[in-house]
Design a protein around this ligand. Structure first.
Ligand code: ZN
Ligand code: ZN
Length: 634
């Protein structure tokens, strides 16, 4: 038989309402029995419909498979159905490809445009370029290179195999060019083009070539929500949070036909969390509620995380409590969120609630609860949870868990125990572990151990400026100025520069970023005036700047002024002049907050009667009426 005579099969099989209306597999089996009795089962169209109903509609793939393999002469429709069900429903690309091979060996039929999308999806999942190219050859041979669905799946196969050059050849052959007569082109073709461009953008994003992705994106004559989501997710996953937020705003400004959907919200929330952009985060929450976007466990977890990382832990709890379904990630978000806000008791409470409810903790859950113990000074609880993790939950501790334990012991003055634990770790300790131990030596003035730890730190992270800063801070706190000078010289000789401190604050939905001694902001004059006013007020109440940690060999006055232009102080000053008197200020800093900024922001919160919330690299500080939620313990 030639292909032509089978063209009728390329359209779905004729309707058999009795079969397609089946509500469950029991009903289907009854019909199946009747068909056997009446011998109608020999009609390939009827069996094909049975295969479709069981494998796709009712999701009983095994029954569908059984029916399929019993067919004397399966038609293309039943082949397509079973390949699709296996490739998409059961996610078994190898079996899907082996049935496709059977189909190729069948002399009486030939694959059609409904066959290839599923087959190509299977190739894409396997990322098997060799097989993919063979399938491409069949597509060409059968003249299906003009079919939109076939081509978009072909393109996706190349993209998933990471061969963007081949993808590009196919792509540029298909899309409309600027010199094409666009007016004469059907809407269908134009929509098909958007799909192809989205696949290409997605491919560049996956390979991490955001420049190429953006170039293609910018040139798109028309964009769908998928196009925007691709760029937002690309930026957010690569840690380009600011760009993610910018393009999200652009989406709303320039493209009125496109509205953010569930995927957009899930993609943008991590960027908002990172930037601490609470106003935007609230807007997203409201948007989901107003547009009937389901706040399921995934979106809900992202919201809980966002509220807690943006400093609004009450709201995080409220959202958490309101979620009808919570998964392990949701619990992790609240446990970890409470921990970074120093609310150790509540964090531990949620952890035990999680266990009571029979929710399986992950190893990340333990990082949350251990850091709660660390911030809350709960040594015995911490030890207990560490033990629980190994013995009861059966997790092998990762370096992060050891990091929490070293921090917990070190902070609480159990320096020997902490050092001993570092020596017993099954893996090589990293710079984070040594820095935390060094911080503990500084806090508890153990210079001897400090030197020992510093030596290790210099060995494993000789080019990490943070190591030098931690060491210098330790010497400074012990007023060992020779030590400070020594570190400074070492930094100079090795050409190591301190990471620039950077803070940002969100005002009216826009994020303003400040560096140390930053004078690039349009309101620099007003900010300087405010900083001057703060400085005078602080001095008038007898506040002495803590200049110990200034890594500069300059006179006292210059040190004081260097401290005064730390980025977090600039951000606070800008916040004070840009908001009404009751508004809490929320500042995010990329590094740890320094001693002097900590004590002066405490004073500022009292002098200006403002709540000031600072998130540094490690935790939150809630400043109010002259004191901080961390009780000066961070
Ligand atoms: Zn500072
Ligand atoms: Zn604090």
């Amino acid at each position: 038989m030639n292909i032509k005579s089978f063209k009728s099969y390329t359209t779905p099989a004729p309707n058999f309402p009795e079969i397609s209306n089946c509500k469950n597999i029991k009903e289907l089996k009854q019909i199946h029995a009747k068909l056997i009795k009446t011998a109608k089962i020999h009609d390939p169209l009827i069996t094909a419909e049975l295969v479709k109903c069981s494998a796709l509609s009712l999701g009983d793939l095994n029954y569908g498979r059984l029916l399929f393999y019993r067919m004397n002469q399966p038609n293309p429709f039943s082949y397509n159905t079973i390949i699709r069900a296996i490739s998409e429903v059961e996610d078994d690309p190898l079996e899907a490809l082996s049935i496709f091979t059977l189909m190729l060996c069948d002399d009486f039929i030939s694959p059609n445009n409904f066959t290839f999308p599923s087959v190509l999806k299977a190739c894409a999942k396997l990322a098997n370029l060799g097989v993919g190219k063979q399938v491409h050859a069949h597509v060409t041979k059968l003249g299906l290179e003009d079919d939109d669905f076939v081509v978009s799946n072909l393109l996706r196969m190349y993209v998933m195999c990471g061969v963007m050059d081949d993808a590009h050849v196919l792509f540029s052959r298909r899309i409309l060019h600027d010199d094409d007569n666009v007016n004469g082109v059907s809407k269908r073709r134009e929509d098909g083009d958007v799909v192809l461009r989205n696949v290409m953008v997605d491919g560049y994003v996956k390979l991490g070539d955001l420049g190429a992705a953006r170039q293609l994106f910018d040139k798109m004559p028309k964009r769908s929500v998928v196009s925007w989501n691709g760029m937002i997710a690309g930026y957010a996953q690569r840690g380009w949070f600011r760009d993610a937020i910018e393009i999200f705003r652009e989406m709303q400004l320039v493209d009125e036909n496109v509205k953010p959907n569930y995927v957009t919200l899930v993609s943008i929330l991590p960027a908002i969390s990172h930037m601490g952009a609470l106003e935007l985060g609230k807007w997203i929450h409201l948007y989901a509620e107003r547009n009937d976007i389901e706040i399921d466990d995934v979106l809900g977890s992202a919201l809980v995380d966002m509220y807690s990382k943006c400093g609004s832990v009450e709201k995080a709890i409220q959202v958490f409590e309101s979620l009808p379904r919570k998964n392990t990630i949701t619990w992790n978000a609240i446990i970890n969120g409470l921990a970074t806000h120093g609310r150790a008791t509540e964090s531990i409470h949620y952890f035990s609630m999680m266990l009571d409810m029979g929710i399986e903790p992950s190893d990340v859950t333990y990082i949350g609860v251990l850091s709660a113990c660390s911030h809350g000074g709960k040594v015995s609880e911490g030890k207990m949870f560490f033990d629980h993790m190994i013995r009861v939950a059966g997790f092998k501790p990762r370096i992060e868990h050891y990091g929490c334990m070293v921090d917990l012991l070190g902070r609480n003055g159990l320096l020997r125990d902490a050092e001993e634990l570092v020596g017993k770790m099954p893996m090589k300790p990293d710079a984070v572990i040594y820095k935390s131990l060094l911080g503990a030596c500084k806090m508890h003035s153990d210079i001897e151990m400090g030197r020992r730890v510093a030596k290790h730190l210099m060995e494993i992270a000789p080019s990490d400026s943070g190591s030098y800063v931690a060491l210098s801070n330790m010497y400074a706190s012990l007023e060992d100025w020779d030590g400070v000078t020594e570190v400074r010289l070492l930094m100079k000789n090795r050409d190591i520069r301190k990471d620039p401190g950077c803070s940002w604050i969100e005002i009216d939905g826009a994020v303003h970023e400040f560096l140390v001694e930053d004078d690039s902001h349009p309101h620099v004059k007003e900010i300087r005036l405010m900083l001057g006013e703060i400085s005078n007020k602080l001095q008038s109440i007898g506040y002495q700047p803590n200049t110990k940690h200034v890594l500069l060999n300059v006179d006292e006055e210059a040190k004081q002024s260097a401290l005064f232009y730390h980025s977090e102080k600039i951000a606070v000053a800008f916040g004070l002049i840009s908001t009404s008197s009751q508004t809490p200020l929320r500042v995010v800093k990329n590094l740890r907050i320094c001693d002097d900024c900590h004590s002066s922001i405490k004073m500022i919160s009292k002098l200006y009667s403002r709540k000031i919330i600072v998130r540094d690299r490690k935790r939150f500080h809630h400043f109010e009426d002259g004191s901080c939620s961390c009780n000066d313990y961070w």
